[in-house]
Design a protein around this ligand. Sequence first.
Ligand SMILES: [Zn+2]
Length: 512
Amino acid sequence: MADRTPRLYNTLTRTTEAVEPREEGHLRFYSCGPTVYNYAHIGNFRSFLTADLILRTARAIGWETTYVSNITDVGHLTQDDLVDPSGEDRMAQALEREGERFANIYDLARYYSDALLRDWHALNLRDPDVRPRATEHVTDQLEAVIKLVDSGHAYVTDKGVYFSVETAPDYGKLSGNREAEQLQATERDIVEDEGKRDPRDFALWKLDENHLMKWHSPWGWGYPGWHIECSVMGMRYLGDQFDLHAGGEDLIFPHHECEVAQNEALAGHEVIPYWVHTRFLQVEGEKMSKSKGNFYTVRDLIAPDPDDEHVPDAIRQQGGVDPLALRYALLSGQYRKPFNFTLKTLRDSARAVKRYRDVQARLDEALQSTSETAAATGLAESLRESYEEALDAMCDDLNTPGSLAAALKGVKAIEQADSLSAADARTATEWLHDINNLLGIVEPQHAATERTGGSDGDDDFAEQVESLIRERADARSAGDYDRADAIRDELDEMGVEVKDNPDGTTWERKGL
Ligand SMILES: [Zn+2]
């Protein structure tokens, strides 16, 4: 494999740069995870997907990786576009909305983080090495705040502890917001705390003895601000000098700007040289919003409520789309370009994913065939070229549309081969495996039991499918192939595709 260095657009320097890890061949990075007060939507997932692609690309060129992505379960307020976020706590607001379903706020956080992980796995996102939760690192955050106060970077009022922006001369360097009015609360004339020395200062700790989630601090009961958690958990697991930080474009300011200021005040030097941000997506040409009815969570699309009329009929009728088709659709726009998510993209993606499945089935058959078959001319060479091109595209600022197109050339080469020898089938299977490692669009990495959706109806469906799969396995081991085939047909009619792999059987719903 030719030597490659991935290039990424760095928000900090405003240029596309070669990523050079501090430790050669080992990329350490952090990606902001979700706030678990609701189901995550497809725009959130587009940004988690960018981190997943950075991971896969780094591994494909032979690098080691250490990847941390957090779960925010405290401190994220509704008005997070303000420097000093005000409004309600998102978690507390959610509990008020859904109170009867949950015993307490921790129960709600657990419920939505479990849902998040199911969606994460359904979309074939690799797990981070560490997935820290803010509530499990409050002591670390408190220590950091104390350190900032002691070193003169923060001060205490009777409402909380604030970071003093005056002590961070580079404040504004990430977002490019340099003017005082860009750096303070966007709602003019609202001063939440008279004790604040500078309107640009942001909260590190909020004092509130009545808050649902509260911890004891030297200043009284309260809870940490949202920005400090990512600084603290990033440095805790990746050290005070690591390589890269990713997140959605909405996080550049104030969240990441504040992180930079905190990091550098805590460490005394630059902590993270590369910052990568994913643009928001639009749905059918419009900003995604609940009022427009074009707001989709992942489960709206992969396991919809049959009665939820805001989900298009075509998706509801078949009980949701194949999660890999959804992943494919999200990959069809580069992370940094405006991306218009449409039903048509989803349909085209389902078709592309099916082509992969079909060639996989053909390869499985060719691998088992004992008859002598002539080798396909030039197949190995076409596949090698396809993979190299797909990887080059990923190294070019995660050019996913280019990478998908290059990979499809390989699919086409297999489709067009008149015959496949066993050696061809082995080469092509290896190619498919490499493409899957790079893009995650061929094979679900999680077994069927982990892939069930959230609703009860979905669980029942999964149970029924798995019971049939067990029955089929029993029939096969008893040599009753007629029965096994009949069960396979039954599953087929249920819209389920069964795949036999060396390490077991997996299944999934067929595409659109
Ligand atoms: Zn964050």
